[in-house]
Design a binder for this molecule. Structure first.
Ligand code: EPU
Length: 420
């Protein structure tokens, strides 16, 4: 099993390019199931989760090709089954994103029920209830969601009592080919949802309200081939900016979208970073002392849960005491125990972490990655810790950060990937 060895202590300086967004690529890959013909995608990040989604589509008979510039072409015209198997779904919960498009296009779907998860129970009840509202018969049997819509799906009003990103995406992909109008109320407003909407509209779907809490979808009979470029990954970008806020230095991230990450940029400024933006690039300079910042996670446009772990790391070495409240996932604090092993002064009570910062707090220790963003927080801690930090189980990082050690080493970090 691969591990990362990180020698902490240096500043990070230089320019990098943001990768395409994992959480946009996954639903957009699933949307290829809706098409008559091929979907061509560029800026797809090279990540384990993307490979898993490709495998899910491939296992149903989709034909996928990749050119030298890493552009994907997905052709789902010769699908031979409508099953997302447990062996794949158990490695990536987002596989459930094929449920909506399979039902809409083929009137049937079998998707393994995703099991437990390191960050919370993460049920899929909202996905299932909304498919039922659209007229599908849905049962769970033998560990599988079995859904049918023999006479096709029918538009409906769907109110999410909890905002769900992939729930909204599943309904969108089901409703675009349903008969009549669908209204999604309390929809997720994440930029990745808007990116999916843009791609679907390019295929000929009729959707209005992108970026708002209410989406209106008017069903069409078929969708057409298109080429689409995936939006830059705001969480990857924010993670690297946070790294430089912690180490000190100067970084420019090109091909990024600062307008999709204002809540994080505001918090980095509050922590003492100097940030300037252009429409597609961000510069962060850090030459003052780091100040602690309180955060509370919430759906977009507020502070993302996917940046909570990284900000706990930041607060361990900042001046002052910070309160970090996690409101989205009930168990997303697995990184805290690992950061405490590295010297962080953190106490947990329910969904709140209190961090007392100290610029010399972190020292190296062998630590274990438990989920994707938790792993990122350990990398950031390793970059500032005294000594060499060893992070085990880094396959979690490879699910969501493209070539992380290469990208950080290009800025001056000293990270080595070792196997065994
Ligand atoms: N929820 C339910 N029932 C459902 C669906 C969700 O109770 O049927 C609850 C969840 O348990 C959670 C809340 O609703 O408490 C929000 O979860 P959401 O459905 O929005 O999460 P998700 O769609 O499963 C996506 C991202 C996550 C990100 C969350 C929140 C993808 C593929 N995943 O997950 O990304 O943390 O939204 O923003 O888009 C990551 O990239 O590391 C990651 C975990």
């Amino acid at each position: 099993m691969d591990k990362l060895l990180i020698e902490g202590g240096g500043k990070l300086n230089g320019t990098m390019r943001a990768s395409g967004a994992k959480n946009s690529a996954l639903p957009i890959l699933a949307s290829s199931l809706l098409l008559e013909g091929k979907l061509s995608l560029s800026n797809v990040p090279h990540l384990k989760d993307v490979t898993t989604m490709i495998e899910v589509l491939g296992s149903m008979g989709a034909e996928i090709s990749l050119d030298d510039d890493m552009n994907f072409e997905i052709d789902t015209s010769n699908l031979n089954n409508h099953i997302a198997r447990y062996e794949l779904v158990k490695t990536m919960r987002a596989s459930v994103l094929v449920l909506g498009p399979l039902l809409a296009k083929f009137g049937q779907a079998e998707v393994a029920l995703p099991g437990g998860c390191a960050i919370g129970s993460r049920p899929v009840n909202l996905h299932l209830e909304s498919m039922k509202k659209l007229g599908a018969e849905v049962v769970t049997e033998g560990g599988y969601i079995k859904a049918k819509a023999v006479n096709g799906l029918k538009g409906a009003e769907i109110l999410f009592d909890t905002i769900s990103v992939t729930g909204t995406e599943n309904v969108l992909m089901a409703a675009v080919l349903a008969e009549g109008k669908t209204i999604i109320k309390n929809a997720a407003r994440e930029p990745e949802v808007s990116d999916l909407i843009e791609c679907l509209c390019q295929m000929g779907a009729r959707i209005s309200g992108a970026g708002t809490k209410e989406l209106l979808i008017e069903g069409v009979h078929e969708l057409n081939p298109t080429s689409f470029k995936i939006i830059p990954d705001r969480i990857e970008t924010a993670t690297y900016l946070t790294a430089v806020a912690m180490t000190g230095g100067n970084i420019t991230i090109k091909d990024s979208r600062p307008d999709t990450m204002e809540s994080v940029l505001d918090k980095l400024r509050e922590a003492g970073a100097e940030i300037t933006t252009e429409s597609d690039s961000i510069n962060l300079k850090m030459d003052s002392s780091l100040k602690s910042v309180d955060i509370s996670t919430a759906p977009y446009p507020l502070f993302p849960t996917d940046m909570q772990a990284q900000f706990i790391s930041l607060n361990t070495i900042a001046k002052g005491q910070a309160k970090v409240v996690e409101t989205i996932f009930e168990n997303r604090f697995m990184h805290v125990q690992e950061l405490i092993r590295m010297g962080g002064d953190i106490s947990l009570a329910g969904n709140t972490a209190i961090i007392t910062g100290n610029s010399d707090a972190l020292h190296s220790a062998p630590v274990m990655a438990t989920d994707l963003r938790a792993s990122a927080s350990l990398v950031l801690a390793g970059l500032v810790a005294k000594g060499v930090t060893k992070i085990d189980r880094i396959y979690h990082i490879d699910r969501g950060y493209e070539r992380i050690e290469e990208k950080l080493n290009a800025l001056g970090a000293k990270i080595e990937r070792v196997s065994g």
